[in-house]
Design a protein around this ligand. Structure first.
Ligand code: FES
Ligand SMILES: [Fe+2]
Length: 447
């Protein structure tokens, strides 16, 4: 087991990351082999392929992979390419008709196990075409936390080893029991790393989202690396995933919590739940005016838990040490961010858009816990940036940074990111790990 490899340090080594990785076309092309061909990466959620024959097509740069449920307890993955002349077999998500993938060019077909079941007039080939010529080529696949991961490197370490401490620390939150509440995606005019880095720290909250600090003032965050992955958080103050941290210091804590939870719900549409909002709205009626932040935070948690239990949503059992250690948001290297709570997740995934370093496919989603059978059917909705109503205020503010950073990094007057050694270690660790895969561009100490 690895342990924390960096974090708040007494000697404060400041790292500089050159913008080469965000801007270079050669670098973007090299990522295709050196990074995407080697890492475990989230292809989809398990819930997207509930029935045998359900599939999701996961595209990453030039590569495309079919992730398909092949049995009640088995998911398989194959390179999405016809073995005849290379046509892609699937696009998007769906259900393999008659549990077969049939190529639309000449009609060759495969079963869910990747075995060829039809070559039109196979006798034309004589005995030269063997079954092993025809098999769909497998890709490694495994699941954790309700996510389906793939890895194109047959020699890669097992997923659990790859996730290491991140999995241990997040396991108690039972992410596998959560389901999509909403999900959206868009093409965004910045590098995939620029997009993801906008969500890797809490340091930007005061500058970018000042309205979120109105009630309790700005909160310093911490950040810590665990091998390839890293987390940031704030000091817990009887809060649920940070939802009430912003309220401390307000004159009437009951109203402070109510207002900060409602602000999150309306302007992020995540990082809290309808249940927590309902309970927060009753605090003024249920608590005395001189309630302490600890009392109010506890009342909110206990009652949200009860109210959820009454509708069949059971919170995971979490100690305050587990909550504190788990922080607010994780970078699962390379391209996933998970901002978690006891019954919810706000998640981000960024992927390159072709080999253009100035463009990415960016996805945002929330997971919630639902009573069994009441999970909503969701679709991943293409939602352009201009649809500010759908993206809500807080994401709109982050979008503004992503675009302006991608442009700003091209300036002759910029030499690289000077990362806050206490609060931006997730970004630093991400680049240190990335540099190990790529063989170039490691963060350097500030001189
Ligand atoms: S390319 Fe697929 S059957 Fe010919
Ligand atoms: Fe933000």
């Amino acid at each position: 087991m690895s342990t924390a490899t960096s974090g708040p340090t007494a000697d404060k080594v400041v790292s500089v990351v050159s913008p080469h990785a965000h801007l270079s076309e050669d670098y973007a092309r090299a990522e295709n082999d050196k990074l995407w061909g080697k890492v475990w990466q989230v292809a989809c959620r398990v819930e997207e392929i509930p029935q045998v024959g359900d599939y999701v097509t996961y595209d990453i740069v030039d590569e495309s992979i079919i992730v398909v449920r092949t049995a009640a307890d088995k998911i398989s993955a194959y390179y999405n390419v016809c073995q005849h002349r290379g046509r892609r077999l699937t696009e998007g998500c769906g259900h393999a008709a008659a549990n077969k993938f049939t190529c639309r060019f000449h009609g060759w077909a495969w079963n869910l196990q990747g075995e060829n079941t039809n070559v039109l007039w196979r006798e034309d080939y004589g005995d030269q075409l063997r079954d092993d010529h025809l098999r769909l080529k497998p890709v490694k696949v495994d699941t954790w936390g309700g996510y389906v991961f793939i890895n194109m490197d047959p020699d890669s370490e097992p997923l659990r080893d790859y996730l290491g401490e991140a999995a241990r620390i997040l396991d108690p939150f039972e992410l596998d029991k959560m389901r999509f509440r909403w999900r959206r995606w868009l093409y965004f005019p910045c590098n995939w790393k620029t997009a993801l880095e906008a969500f890797m720290e809490g340091y930007h909250v005061l500058g970018t989202h000042p309205q979120l600090t109105k009630i309790g003032g700005a909160k310093k965050s911490w950040s810590r690396a665990y091998g390839k992955h890293a987390v940031f958080g704030v000091k817990a103050e009887g809060s649920i995933g940070g939802a009430t941290a912003g309220a401390k210091g307000s004159a009437d804590i009951r109203k402070g919590i109510r207002d900060s939870v409602n602000e999150l719900w309306e302007t992020v549409n995540a990082s809290t739940t309808q249940t927590i909002v309902n309970v927060a709205n009753r605090l003024v009626d249920e608590l005395p005016e001189d309630a302490t932040p600890e009392q109010a935070g506890m009342h909110l948690m206990v009652n949200a838990m009860k109210e959820d239990a009454a509708r069949g949503v059971i919170w995971p059992k979490l100690t305050s040490e587990q909550v504190q250690e788990s922080g607010i948001g994780w970078n699962l290297f390379p391209n996933t961010m998970i901002l978690h709570g006891p019954t919810f997740v706000l998640g981000y995934r960024a992927r390159p858009h072709g080999d253009n370093p100035d463009s990415c496919i960016f996805e945002v989603y929330t997971l919630d816990r639902f009573p069994e059978g009441e999970e909503p059917k969701t679709e991943n909705l293409y939602t352009p940036q201009e649809d500010t109503g759908a993206w809500r205020k807080v994401l709109g503010q982050d979008f503004g940074n992503m675009q302006a950073v991608q442009q700003g990094m091209k300036s002759r007057g910029y030499s690289g990111a000077k990362l806050n050694p206490e609060q931006e270690m997730v970004v630093e660790n991400f680049h240190r790990t990335l540099a190990e895969y790529m063989g170039v561009n490691a963060p350097k100490p500030l001189k």
